[in-house]
Design a protein around this ligand. Structure first.
Ligand code: NI
Length: 134
C-alpha cells in the first residue's frame, strides 16, 4: 500500500463559539478564537489517498485530478470566506480543525475513485492540526 498526498492552502475567517455557553465560558474554552468578530487563519489541508500504483502508470491516482477535486469541492467554497457564515456545508458547525477535517472527509471520500481516501489533515496553525481517517 502506498500513500499519496496533495497539500493545499486556504485563508478563512472563523469564530469558535458555542451559543449554549456564556461569553465567559466560550472565552475560557476557545481563547482568542472566541473573540466576537472572528479572525483569520492560514489553513493548510493535506489529503492522502491510499492504494497500489497501477503497473502501467506507476500512479495511484493522477495528482492533478486530486488537486482539481480539492479545489472544486473545498477551496472554492472556503477560501477567503467566513466559515461561520458563508459556507453552506458548515452551517451550524463549530469550525474547529477537527470538525473541518471530518466534514471535508465526507465531501471528498465519494469523489476519490482511484485508490481510497486515507486521511484528511487540516492545519489551523503550523503547530495545530487535526486529522480524520474515517
Ligand atoms: Ni481561530
Amino acid at each position: 500500500m502506498v500513500y499519496l498526498t496533495r497539500k493545499e492552502h486556504f485563508c478563512s475567517s472563523h469564530r469558535l463559539f458555542n451559543p449554549k455557553f456564556t461569553e465567559e465560558e466560550n472565552l475560557a474554552l476557545y481563547g482568542k478564537c472566541a473573540y466576537a468578530n472572528g479572525h483569520g487563519h492560514n489553513y493548510e489541508i493535506e489529503v492522502t489517498v491510499a492504494g497500489d500504483p497501477a503497473p502501467e502508470t506507476g500512479m495511484i491516482m493522477d495528482l492533478k485530478k486530486l488537486a482539481n477535486i480539492i479545489d472544486a469541492e473545498i477551496l472554492e467554497k472556503v477560501d477567503h470566506r467566513h466559515l461561520n457564515f458563508d459556507v453552506e456545508f458548515l452551517r451550524g458547525v463549530i469550525p474547529t480543525a477537527e470538525n473541518l477535517a471530518t466534514i471535508f472527509w465526507g465531501i471528498l471520500a465519494p469523489r476519490i475513485t482511484a485508490g481510497k481516501l486515507y486521511c484528511v489533515r487540516v492545519y489551523e496553525t503550523p503547530n495545530n492540526f487535526a486529522e480524520y481517517r474515517g
